[in-house]
Design a protein around this ligand. Structure first.
Ligand SMILES: [Zn+2]
Length: 333
C-alpha cells in the first residue's frame, strides 16, 4: 500500500478505492502512443491485472511518441516489451501480453473477464470488433484517438451511454481516414488523450458515473470541447444487438500468397477509393504511381498495389498480421 500513499490521501480514492484498483483487471488494446502511456499510468496507479495487446514490433519512428520503448527494443514485439517494462515499474501488477492481431476469432481469449478496455488502436475496423464485444458482454470501453494536432475520447458504458457505433455509424471507406503515417502526429496529443482515458478508467473501477460525452482536444489551438452523444435506438450494436463485427472474420480477408512474400487484403463493403486524396497523402511519405484503376505506393521495403475497390496487394511481407498493420497505417481502416 505504501507505494500508493499519494493516492490514499486523495479523498476520491483512499484505501477502499485503492483496494478496488488492486482487484481490477483491465485491457489496453493497441500499445502505440496512446496505449504506451495508458498502460504506464494504469500500472503505476496499481491496477492488479493488465492485459496488453498489440500486433506490431517497435520501429524507429515510433520512439518520437511511444513512451514505453527505447532504442534497444527495435524489432521486438511491442506487447512483449510492454509486459517487461510494466513489470519493472510495478512488480505487483500481473501482466498478460498478447503479441497478436485482435480478430473476432480470438477476441474472447484476450478480453474475457476484464473489467474495462482502454483503446489505443490505430484503426477503426478493430474498434468496431471491440465495441461489439464490449456491448455484448457489458464491458466499458474507453475510446481514444489521436492524429496530427488533435485527439478525442469518449467513454462507452454499454446499455447506458452511446456506443462506438452510435458515434460512428459505419466503417469509413478505405483510404479516407487520416492516419498518423500520412498526417503526422504531435507527441503531446496522445499524452493528453491517454491521461483523460486513464482518469475515466480509474473512475469506472471506483464506481463513479462517467461516459456518454465526446471530448475533442486540439493541442495547437489549445481548444477543448465536449458534446453529448445520444444513443441511437436503431444502432446495430447496442440497439439491435446484431454484433455483426464479431461474426465477420477479418482473418479470411487477408490472404498470404504462397511463395511470393506478399499478402492480398480485401476491403469488405467499402465504397470506391478516392485515389486523388489518397495519393496526395501517400506522396508525402513514399513513392506513388498511378496506373489504370490502380495506385502504386512504395515505402521502406514494401510495395502496395491499391485497387479502386479497396483491395490491396502488399509485397515485402508474407505475414498477414503485418500486412493488415501496414494497411491500417497507410490506407486507413
Ligand atoms: Zn450503439
Amino acid at each position: 500500500m505504501e507505494r500508493y500513499n499519494r493516492q490514499l490521501v486523495l479523498p476520491q480514492i483512499g484505501e477502499d478505492g485503492q483496494r478496488k484498483l488492486i482487484g481490477a483487471r483491465v485491457a489496453v488494446i493497441g500499445l502505440g502512443a496512446l496505449g504506451s502511456l495508458s498502460s504506464i499510468l494504469l500500472a503505476r496507479a496499481g491496477m492488479g491485472h493488465i492485459v496488453l495487446i498489440d500486433r506490431d514490433v517497435v520501429e524507429l519512428d515510433n520512439l518520437q511518441r511511444q513512451v514505453l520503448y527505447g532504442e534497444r527494443d527495435l524489432g521486438e514485439a511491442k506487447a512483449v516489451v510492454a509486459g517487461r517494462r510494466i513489470g519493472e515499474m510495478n512488480s505487483s501488477v500481473e501482466v498478460q501480453p498478447f503479441p497478436s492481431d485482435l480478430i473476432p476469432k480470438n477476441v474472447d481469449d484476450m478480453l474475457a473477464g476484464v473489467d474495462l478496455v482502454v483503446d489505443g488502436l490505430d484503426n477503426m475496423k478493430t474498434r468496431f470488433v471491440v465495441n461489439d464485444y464490449c456491448v455484448k458482454n457489458d464491458i466499458p470501453f474507453v475510446y481514444g484517438g489521436a492524429v496530427a494536432t488533435y485527439g478525442m475520447t469518449m467513454t462507452i458504458v454499454p446499455n447506458r451511454t452511446a456506443c462506438f457505433e452510435c458515434l460512428f455509424p459505419s466503417l469509413p471507406p478505405a483510404g479516407s481516414v487520416a492516419t498518423c503515417e500520412t498526417e503526422g502526429i504531435l507527441n503531446t496529443v496522445p499524452a493528453t488523450v491517454s491521461s483523460l482515458q486513464v482518469a475515466d478508467a480509474l473512475k469506472l473501477i471506483l464506481g463513479e458515473e462517467v461516459g456518454g460525452k465526446l471530448l475533442t482536444y486540439d493541442a495547437w489551438l489549445r481548444e477543448i470541447n465536449e458534446m453529448d452523444i445520444s444513443r441511437n435506438e436503431d444502432c446495430p450494436s447496442c440497439g439491435r444487438k446484431e454484433f455483426r463485427y464479431l461474426t465477420e472474420d477479418d482473418a479470411d480477408l487477408a490472404v498470404s500468397l504462397c511463395g511470393t512474400n506478399s499478402v492480398s487484403i480485401s476491403a469488405k463493403g467499402t465504397e470506391r477509393i478516392d485515389f486523388d486524396s489518397l495519393e496526395a497523402r501517400l506522396a508525402k511519405i513514399g513513392d506513388t504511381r498511378r496506373g489504370e484503376d490502380i495506385l502504386k505506393f512504395a515505402v521502406d521495403e514494401y510495395k502496395m498495389t491499391i485497387f479502386q475497390d479497396g483491395r490491396v496487394l502488399i509485397s515485402g511481407t508474407g505475414d498477414t498480421a503485418k500486412a493488415r498493420s501496414l494497411y491500417s497505417r497507410f490506407i486507413g481502416d
